[in-house]
Design a protein around this ligand. Structure first.
Ligand code: HEC
Ligand code: HEC
Ligand code: HEC
Ligand code: HEC
Ligand code: HEC
Ligand code: HEC
Ligand code: HEC
Length: 425
């Protein structure tokens, strides 16, 4: 795998910006592990030990070890790690939490009963933490090239000529906001629209063409990666509309712009008092949806504007397909059978349209399988695979239902796509 530093042509003419940006958390949000800068520690309840040694960062458990070669997260808040097996990248079941200076299970593994080494690092994961990550043909987690961190191209485009680059500030507001939202808008559920891949978004396009993002309909606390949806709930945003955006307060090249309080005063010219507006009106708190980290409340006092029902962040009617898939994801994540119940008629309706939609058919297959209807589930998994052959997860599900030689062949194919994760136990 080839890891490159930032696209360095820009430095010839924008030296100061490049040097400032290089020090930001975004620019350092992924890369090759340098053991000298890492710390050692243990997660006792799983008998895992991380050791920063001269020649590498090692993860050990009784009977085995693996080298942690790639990181995700600048360590501003925390860091996750990946290991390579036969050139395929997998997430390691350890994360470093910078505020507590401890090692623990990384976000997303909290419910694990045993360390899980089998989750692939995909283009989607790197689409928010790296630049130009492209999986090799026929694989999902083997990368021929990754430019580490979020680099200039992610906000300005990847043009051949300078005229083709975009300045977000000069874009129409919806397109401007899309630039930050491509990574900073998670919602309760975010999913690719039919026939689209979020990885194909480019600055200058409208994010809503690529994804549906569902917000609302639940207690709206501060959420991990919820900055855009929180800001949308504030009276500031609702009353000032297009004028207010991420760039009003943040300079993406180097943290703070003119001072956050100065940004408040640019609209609230005669505030009710002096002092640190942000300290009172944008307090920090733990995220409602897990994680050990603390986030800044972008609702700017009160969730008055929180939508009471689930709806599209983009203000449009959600298609039955997208709503159905969203209910399934929520039903699984929140272990709520009501959501699955609601999903069913919506998905059936969507399937009736007969579109090419591998994700829809996989999801329907999954619901049928959990309802004990194996033969029907099998048919939907097959349909999904026929439409997209690069789905190792679906292959495995089908292998579990199919028999004999076919099952083995499916598992072999899945391994070619995703590689062989190591097993700790
Ligand atoms: C040969 C010199 C040169 C190179 C190389 C160069 N730029 Fe520029 N760029 C300029 C000049 C000159 C301007 C106009 C003056 C200014 O705004 O600083 C400019 C302006 C810009 C603007 C503002 C455009 C606008 O319409 O507001 C952006 C964004 C930008 N450059 C990004 C980049 C990025 C990203 C790279 C690397 C991929 C890059 N530039 C490489 C010379 C260069
Ligand atoms: C996270 C998004 C993001 C990244 C990454 C990013 N920029 Fe920018 N850049 C912006 C935004 C937003 C503006 C407009 C700022 C404004 O005017 O408020 C901007 C403006 C510019 C400008 C116009 C002059 C100025 O300072 O306003 C230049 C030049 C520029 N960027 C170069 C770069 C270069 C070179 C890199 C890579 C080292 C880079 N940018 C990385 C978001 C980004
Ligand atoms: C390609 C994905 C991507 C894009 C585009 C992006 N961000 Fe980020 N941003 C991230 C990630 C990932 C982090 C967390 C970095 C870390 O700590 O590892 C982050 C962190 C931040 C932070 C907190 C760290 C700091 O610098 O204080 C701010 C603020 C921020 N982004 C603002 C913006 C703004 C404003 C834009 C749009 C102009 C933008 N981002 C566009 C991915 C992105
Ligand atoms: C939709 C975009 C997106 C995707 C996909 C995504 N992240 Fe993030 N991640 C972010 C943003 C934005 C932040 C910055 C903090 C925030 O807003 O939550 C972040 C923060 C982090 C941090 C903490 C970094 C720090 O020190 O601040 C880690 C670790 C991390 N992500 C790991 C991962 C891993 C591993 C994956 C893939 C399995 C992943 N993320 C997928 C957007 C994303
Ligand atoms: C782009 C302009 C703009 C910016 C920047 C801005 N606000 Fe506002 N804010 C408004 C508008 C408009 C309202 C609606 C009430 C009004 O007109 O005063 C509002 C309302 C509020 C309210 C009342 C909230 C409620 O739910 O009743 C608070 C508190 C507030 N702003 C604090 C802040 C703070 C603190 C900052 C800086 C972190 C800030 N604002 C930045 C435009 C802005
Ligand atoms: C009204 C001002 C304001 C606006 C607008 C704003 N932010 Fe922030 N943001 C802040 C403040 C203040 C902090 C806390 C900074 C600190 O502690 O250093 C912050 C922190 C962050 C962080 C770091 C993680 C955290 O929660 O502390 C991220 C990421 C971030 N903002 C993203 C965004 C994005 C994306 C947008 C646009 C959707 C945005 N912000 C709009 C004021 C703002
Ligand atoms: C010591 C905490 C504190 C500080 C500092 C503070 N505020 Fe407030 N602010 C409050 C409280 C409490 C309210 C009343 C809350 C409510 O009605 O929901 C309020 C109300 C407001 C409102 C609503 C309407 C009004 O004018 O009464 C705005 C706007 C506002 N603050 C802006 C600001 C700005 C801008 C700053 C910084 C210059 C600031 N605040 C500093 C605590 C603070």
């Amino acid at each position: 795998m080839l890891f490159l530093a930032a696209a360095l042509i820009c430095v010839n003419c924008h030296k100061e910006i490049v040097e400032r940006f290089e020090r930001t958390p975004m620019a350092n949000s992924s890369g090759v592990v340098k053991a000298a800068g890492e710390s050692s520690g243990t997660i006792r309840r799983f008998s895992l030990a991380v050791a920063a040694e001269r020649d590498g960062l090692r993860l050990r458990w009784p009977g085995g070890e693996v080298e942690l070669t790639f990181f995700i997260g600048s360590r501003r808040m925390g860091r996750s790690y990946a290991y390579s097996s036969g050139g395929h990248l997998f997430q390691a079941p350890v994360g470093y939490y910078a505020n507590r200076k401890v090692w623990d299970l990384p976000p997303g593994y909290e419910r694990d009963k045993a360390p899980d080494f089998s989750r692939p690092i995909t283009e989607e994961c790197l689409s928010c933490h790296a630049t130009r990550a492209k999986a090799a043909p026929g694989t999902v987690n083997q990368f021929t090239q990754v430019v580490h961190g979020v680099q200039c191209a992610r906000c300005h485009g990847d043009a051949e000529s300078h005229e083709g680059l975009v300045n977000p500030r000069r874009l129409p507001p919806r397109l401007r906001d899309s630039v930050c939202e491509q990574c900073h808008l998670a919602g309760r559920v975010r999913l690719a629209r039919v026939g689209k891949r979020i990885e194909d978004f480019r600055p200058g396009l409208e994010l809503g063409e690529f994804v549906e993002v569902i917000t609302g309909g639940a207690a709206a606390g501060v959420r991990v990666n919820g900055h855009a949806e929180s800001l949308a709930m504030s009276l500031c945003k609702q009353r000032s509309g297009e004028r207010l955006w991420c760039g009003t307060c943040h300079n993406p090249h180097a943290g703070e712009k003119t001072g956050y309080n100065a940004a408040c005063r640019s609209c609230h010219e005669q505030p009710h008092r002096d002092g640190d507006c942000v300290g009172c009106h944008m307090p920090k708190g733990r995220a409602a949806d897990g994680g050990h980290t603390v986030y800044t409340d972008h609702r700017i006092t009160g969730a008055r504007g929180a939508p009471a029902v689930m709806r599209s962040y983009f203000g449009r009617e959600v298609s039955p397909r997208d709503l159905g898939l969203a209910y399934v994801r929520l039903g699984v994540a929140e272990r709520n059978a009501d959501y699955l119940e609601k999903a069913w008629p919506l998905l059936r309706r969507a399937a009736g349209e007969g579109k090419k939609d591998p994700e829809l058919y996989e999801t329907i297959g999954g619901l049928l399988e959990s309802g004990g209807r194996r033969e029907q589930a099998e048919a939907y998994y097959r349909l999904s695979l026929k439409q997209d052959a690069l789905q190792p997860g679906v292959m495995r599900k089908l292998a579990a239902l199919a028999r004999g030689a076919e099952a083995e062949q499916l598992l072999r194919k899945a391994r070619a796509i995703i590689g062989n994760p190591i097993h700790s136990r």
